[in-house]
Design a protein around this ligand. Structure first.
Ligand code: NAP
Length: 295
């Protein structure tokens, strides 16, 4: 039986809106001082509906905070070498501060090659090897956007990680792996990383003071897998089709929210938790990249 507690639902939309407001204020003063405004270049390949929606949100966010932006669209037939040339051009364009390539890419284009071509000081997604590695340098350049957003969410809710046992389920290059490193390095936490080959997942998740889940399997984390009073951060974002949903689909996290929430002290919903923070981090990184270039 779950002992019902009062939990705090972490509001990523509210925090992301606060961050955007702070950035917009900074951009307004840059403008008043006659400084160059931050400029984000976005590359979109193909016409995948979900990618288009993500890019629309990024463009909208740039407009909201007053950034300049450039959107380059290419057909999904574009050859890799041609795409890489465009990336090099944007790398060399002094007016561009941040550069992102929306994923996924068509199968004939290597994500690794594309990422490797983006200059680290313009890599506002934080995907390059240099930015990934700089997490443990104590002087990170541009932090991977999703884990950066998660850390910011914890910071703004005053959720202490120092000395806590953080369990991260999922170890991908864009979410779980960099988040684990950031929790250990910047968060000074004790970190357990779980992945597909972890045996008896529940025995690990039950020990978590703070549980992070980034797998992409709705319902993976059930109430029996969570300690009473734990903080639960759900990064999973899966589109589930179904006639019962208003638009024919719903966005689901990896955590069974309704059953798990009463056991938690804090928990993120999906949608409205970590998701909005990733775009906020992208904006923070673009501002930082612009400030570093202005220096
Ligand atoms: P991914 O590359 O597929 O990685 C999934 C990770 O989960 C891998 O490390 C995999 O292990 C692990 N895994 C798979 N099955 C597991 C299981 N049964 N138990 C424990 N671990 C398991 O996915 P991703 O790109 O990291 O994304 C994960 C989820 O987060 C997706 O739903 C994605 O949409 C979401 N996401 C959201 C945001 C956001 O802004 N909110 C950003 C990024 C990702 P192996 O390494 O052993 O294969």
């Amino acid at each position: 039986m779950t002992e019902a507690t009062t939990y705090t639902r972490i509001d990523g939309r509210k925090i992301a809106a606060e961050i955007k407001q702070e950035i917009a204020t900074k951009v307004a003063s840059m403008k008043a001082e006659g400084k160059k405004l931050p400029h984000l270049a976005i590359i979109l390949v193909g016409d995948d509906g979900a990618s288009q929606t993500y890019v629309d949100h990024k463009v909208k966010a740039c407009k909201e905070v007053g950034f300049h932006y450039t959107l380059l669209r290419f057909a999904d037939t574009i050859q890799e070498d041609k795409l890489l040339k465009h990336i090099v051009q944007l790398n060399n364009d002094d007016d561009v501060d941040g550069l992102i390539v929306q994923l996924p890419l068509p199968a004939h284009i290597s994500v690794e090659h594309v990422t490797d071509h983006i200059r680290a000081d313009k890599d506002v997604d934080g995907f390059t090897n240099q930015n990934f590695g700089s997490i443990i340098s104590r002087h990170p350049l541009l932090l991977p956007a999703t884990p950066f957003g998660v850390m910011e969410l914890l910071r703004r809710y005053n959720i202490e990680t120092k000395g806590k046992h953080c369990v991260v389920v999922g170890a991908s290059r864009i979410a779980g792996a960099p988040l684990s490193m950031m929790l250990a390095e910047q968060g000074r936490a004790t970190v357990t990383i779980c992945h597909k080959y972890t045996q008896d997942l529940a025995s690990h998740t039950k020990q978590a003071d703070i549980l992070f889940v980034a797998v992409g399997k709705p319902g993976l984390i059930t109430e029996d897998m969570v300690k009473e009073g734990a903080v639960v951060i759900d990064i999973g974002t899966t589109r589930v089709e179904g006639k019962q949903y208003k638009n024919g689909y719903a966005i689901k996290g990896d955590v069974d929210f309704e059953k798990v929430a009463p056991k938690c002290s804090y928990i993120t919903p999906v949608p409205g938790g970590v998701g909005p923070m990733t775009i906020a981090s992208l904006l923070l990184n673009t501002l930082r990249a612009a400030e570093l270039r202005n220096k």
